[in-house]
Design a protein. Structure first.
Length: 450
């Protein structure tokens, strides 16, 4: 065989292998240069709420009911029940064992608690069990924190909430079918105690159409008012520092003739500024001690000229069942909220467009990098919220998106108008755009893969 031929063939093979190797090597690094480990997140709408925690005082028109007779009270209507003129409110008994009224009140509270748990569990599904379990863990840690800080009152209140959630968890998970037997036993015990209330000395009836409440806290006179609109900042502050009057032995409750009631919030001018100009707006008020939320209307914002003091008054005509009308209520109010596209702060870039610095982000459209303008309205905890209506986004037509005109290009329909400046042609970020969060050396029009 011709040695020269074999030599040429061998040389060809070696050169070919080397060429393929060089091509692979160059191709690999070219791919590496275009693949920047691109990671993206969609631009989704999000809302951030700014809230204030304040001390509020309940204001209602209240008339204390004086029985004129000392003895054990046997209530004939429920706490918070609507009554009419002449309706019987309670019997005052001068016979029977001591402490019966207190025992009956405890039984009523227990029956109400168990009934509420069963009612709540009836609207829960097995799928809710994990959420209930999570709340139990949160409450458990909260109890531990309160004990560690020697706040026994808060620990006790939180423990009660945890007990209710544990009972609810038992029903939802099928570990118990409810507390009907317990409730019936409590009712029988209550009937037995009530039967011991003998020798009715007096029956007290309502003198007006109103809501009847058992509790008399001694602040009824201190928080009295004839016209809510005539209250001043000084009046509100005086109420908040008032000392409760001692409850008389024959005071059995109070009548509230109006279903409209108010929250008075003594505060300072800076805090009141959050509410100024928003009179008539509705606010969701969270009553922290009971975790109940009520929608209340902002009635007025009052300023004490020169003193730096202020007060805010909310009102509502809602009287929910089982609401705790304790005079002082810590509340949480959302005063501002921001809604926009949520974008990681690390993705934000500032790009120069012919001397104009434009803030925006890079997005991935298919395999092409594009720059999109944003207008930041809030920076918080490693992310920004951007206006969702800052400008017209790209419009979808047919099977794809129509990009804005390229730099220097003027659409035919706008040929007679003044050409847009380069930075004005950059589209704004749109909903669900894929924002690039981890890549380097990005620029508009760059091709990426992988």
């Amino acid at each position: 065989m011709d040695k020269e031929y074999l030599k040429r063939v061998l040389t060809y093979v070696v050169v070919s292998v080397l060429a393929v190797g060089v091509m692979i090597y160059v191709g690999y690094h070219m791919v590496r240069s275009f693949t920047s480990g691109v990671e993206t997140v969609p631009a989704n709408l999000d809302t951030f709420a700014e809230s204030l925690t304040l001390d509020a005082y309940i204001l209602r028109r209240e008339n204390v009911v004086d029985s004129g007779q000392t003895g054990t009270v046997n209530y004939l209507v429920k706490d918070g029940e609507k009554v009419g003129i002449g309706d019987k409110l309670a019997d005052i008994c001068i016979g029977g064992a001591e402490g019966i009224r207190e025992k009956i009140d405890e039984i009523d509270e227990r029956i109400k608690e168990l009934s509420d748990i069963m009612s709540s569990a009836a609207y829960s599904s097995t799928a809710d069990a994990s959420n209930i379990e999570a709340r139990i863990r949160t409450l458990l840690f909260s109890v531990g924190g309160s004990v560690a800080s020697n706040d026994m009152i808060s620990a006790s209140q939180t423990a009660e909430k945890m007990k209710r959630e544990l009972n609810r968890f038992s029903i939802v998970t099928g570990k118990t079918d409810g507390f009907n037997d317990t409730i019936e036993a409590l009712k029988s015990e209550r009937a037995s105690l009530t039967a011991q209330l003998t020798n009715v000395a007096k029956t007290v009836s309502s003198e007006q159409s109103a809501y009847f409440f058992y509790d008399v806290d001694g602040y009824e006179s201190a928080f009295a008012f004839d016209d809510i609109d005539k209250l001043t900042v000084g009046d509100i502050y005086a109420m908040s520092t008032a000392t409760p009057a001692a409850r008389g032995s024959d005071e059995i409750g109070k009548l509230v003739p109006d279903y409209t009631w108010y929250l008075a919030v003594p505060t300072d001018r800076d805090t009141a500024a959050f509410f100024s100009g928003h009179e008539g707006d509705d606010y969701d008020i969270v009553f922290n001690s009971s975790d109940m939320t009520l929608s209340m209307k902002l009635r007025s914002v009052m300023l004490d000229g020169g003193a730096g003091k202020a007060a805010v008054i909310f009102e509502t005509s809602t009287m929910p069942e089982d609401f705790e009308y304790t005079r002082l209520q810590p509340i949480t109010v959302t005063v501002r909220s921001y809604t926009g596209y949520r974008v990681p702060l690390s993705a934000v870039r500032v790009v120069d467009y012919d001397g104009v610095e434009v803030t925006g982000v890079y997005i991935l459209r298919g395999s092409v990098v594009r720059f999109r303008k944003i207008e930041i309205i809030l920076t918080k905890d490693g992310y920004v919220l951007c206006k969702s209506d800052a400008g017209e986004p790209e419009t979808e037509a047919g099977d794809g998106y129509v990009d804005f005109p390229a730099v220097g290009e003027v659409p035919e329909t706008e040929a007679e108008t003044e050409p847009l400046l380069p930075y004005e042609k950059v589209p704004y970020l749109s909903l669900y755009d894929f924002v690039i969060t981890s890549a380097r050396n990005l620029y508009d029009g760059k091709m990426v893969s992988g």
